[in-house]
Write a protein that binds this ligand. Structure first.
Ligand code: SAM
Length: 187
């Protein structure tokens, strides 16, 4: 793993998954870390759809993608990730990434919510093609609370084992409710 950020684990699998030409979704754009990664991996012939409900995130991410000279293969969308099925066809997406919680340095009240996140994951799973990967980084505690974490874990634990492989990992030596990385592979 090349970096020591908390998202390094899920990004490691994203790097293995995304091939040039792939269609990818960043469900929680924020400052655009994952959007930039997906854009570079998908390349000129690929496409990235990135969602956020904060205008600020779109402005910031666009600046970043331009500054980092990412391929112009992205569409930044001011909409809730619950609506992602309006922007892509079923079973066409190689990789979808969720980084749940609030934007560090932003308004902590504008955070992902249990009910809409569950609907977004459900919707994203219909868009994933077979062999596609969904990653989740589930933050909890502090201003975020535990409802979203608990409901999300309950939901993914119940996914049909004939259709999905679900892997939950744990940062076992980190204090204070470290984020929980999850991989979901569509079989
Ligand atoms: N991956 C991001 C990055 O690289 O900076 C960090 C994402 S941050 C933890 C979570 C983001 O989800 C926030 O920017 C927040 O505005 C966004 N968000 C909250 N509810 C959302 C929703 N319903 N649909 C899409 N984005 C949402």
């Amino acid at each position: 793993m090349k970096n020591l950020q908390i998202t390094a684990y899920t990004q490691h699998f994203i790097r293995q998954q995304v091939m040039p030409g792939d269609l990818c979704i960043d469900a929680t754009m924020g400052n655009g870390n994952d959007t930039a990664l997906l854009s570079r991996l998908a390349g000129e012939k690929g496409k990235v759809l990135a969602f956020d409900i904060q205008e600020f995130a779109l402005v910031h991410t666009e600046e970043r993608l331009k500054r980092e000279k990412c391929p112009e293969n992205y569409r930044l969308i001011l909409d809730s990730h619950e609506n992602m099925a309006s922007y892509a066809e079923p079973e066409t997406v190689s990789c979808i990434t969720f980084n749940l919680g609030y934007l560090p340095g932003g308004d902590h009240h504008i955070a992902t919510k249990a009910e809409s996140s569950r609907r977004a994951v459900e919707s994203g799973l219909t868009l994933l093609k077979k062999g596609g990967l969904m990653t989740l980084c589930i933050y909890s505690g502090g201003d975020t609370g535990f409802q979203e974490r608990d409901e999300m874990l309950e939901f993914i634990r119940e996914l049909d084992p004939h259709q999905y492989l679900v892997i939950q990992s744990e940062y076992i030596n980190r204090p204070n409710n470290p984020p929980i990385p999850v991989l979901i592979i569509k079989l």
